[in-house]
Design a protein around this ligand. Structure first.
Ligand SMILES: [Zn+2]
Length: 249
């Protein structure tokens, strides 16, 4: 007589809720980023009933500890405990909310076919926590997150050494397809010539140097944001829709 083990069907994991959609009358599909189970798509049953505690927990940008059971197509969330309710702070402020949405979009794209998502998870967790604290400008946090998450995915930009020959910077020209600054000798036609302050800001965002980033002026922020958006689009090969919603100063 065959023996069935149900132990392997169920698993427990920390997760960040990236996105949710409605399913049928009362259910919801949740897209989760986990540190060691990759990106998980799961059904949460009955969560759209007002009495559902699970429903309030499984909202975008919430950090949860979830119990799931493996299904044929989608997993099922059987339990979820709220660890950090970032979603509450982020849903009450439009600029933080749009920055968080853009981060979640990019995280979803970058983790779609990945199994090793520990670094992406840590990065998104740190960025959402900082957004929720509200002590850094949301657009600066978003741009820093975008540069670092693309770096994690294998497209690390450079805003100090020349991306072609490695000559130490600072350099004046930026080439988006090449991934950052290029020196005078390597500079291909069609490279951008941003202000030195903008390049310095990009370097600060990549390093997470918030003191330098916070001291930057609006023109540098605008120019740096355009370069980051160009870099993201170049690598993700489509316009990330939520980036268009972010109000840039
Ligand atoms: Zn060079």
């Amino acid at each position: 007589m065959p023996r069935y083990s149900f132990a392997s069907k169920s698993y427990r994991t920390a997760a960040i809720v990236l996105r949710t959609h409605k399913l049928g009358e009362a259910d919801r599909i949740v897209i989760l980023l986990t540190p060691s189970n990759g990106q998980v798509r799961a059904v949460a049953k009955g969560v759209r009933r007002t009495s559902s505690k699970l429903g309030a927990t499984l909202e975008p940008f919430m950090l949860v500890e979830a119990q799931l059971s493996r299904g044929r197509n989608l997993d099922i969330v059987t339990q979820a405990q709220l660890k950090s309710p970032y979603g509450h702070a982020l849903s009450q402020d439009y600029s933080r909310f749009t920055a968080a949405s853009a981060m979640a979009d990019v995280a979803e794209r970058l983790s779609a076919d990945e199994t090793d998502t520990a670094a992406q998870y840590r990065l998104l967790h740190g960025a959402l926590a900082a957004l929720a604290r509200g002590d850094v400008d949301p657009v600066l946090l978003l741009d820093s997150y975008l540069l670092r998450s693309l770096g994690n995915a294998g497209w690390a930009p450079s805003f100090s050494a020349c991306v072609r020959c490695g000559a130490p910077g600072p350099h004046q020209a930026v080439n988006i397809p090449l991934g950052g600054v290029v020196c005078h000798d390597c500079r291909p036609a069609g490279s951008l010539s941003p202000a030195p302050e903008s390049v310095a800001l990009l370097e600060a965002l990549l390093r997470g140097d918030w003191a330098t980033a916070a001291a930057s002026e609006a023109p540098a922020r605008r120019e740096a944001a355009n370069i980051v958006a160009g870099y993201v689009q170049w690598h993700l090969e489509r316009v990330v829709k939520s980036l268009k919603l972010v109000e840039r100063t």
